[in-house]
Design a protein around this ligand. Sequence first.
Ligand code: FES
Length: 120
Amino acid sequence: MNGTTRFVNAAYLDDLWEGDLLDVEVDGEQVLLAHLDGGEIKAYQGMCPHQEVLLADGAWDPDSNVLICAGHRWEFDLATGKGLNPTGCQLYEFAVRVVSDEIRVGIPDDGERHHNRFQT
Ligand code: FES
């Protein structure tokens, strides 16, 4: 592991309006982009920590930041990536940089898959 992070263009601002979710693949990793109410852009693992359903297919309420997974209705706070129901899980969060109209996602150069699984 060398500790570096590569920032890779994942989407353009025009693809992700405030209050939108977007499912993207960045360097072979499934990533969920969320444009929060107020302007902040977050990037998390794209698949649910439970059984790897695509999180972008869930129901998303930008007013509360709560995403409900389409698989089995687990709930996540997309402001923090924390599991709300059940608690005790955390979505892997990627760094984000916006450079002019590009949304760039930071992929750590550690050879790992960046995906947290829920451990029971
Ligand atoms: S796959 Fe997301 S709640 Fe089961």
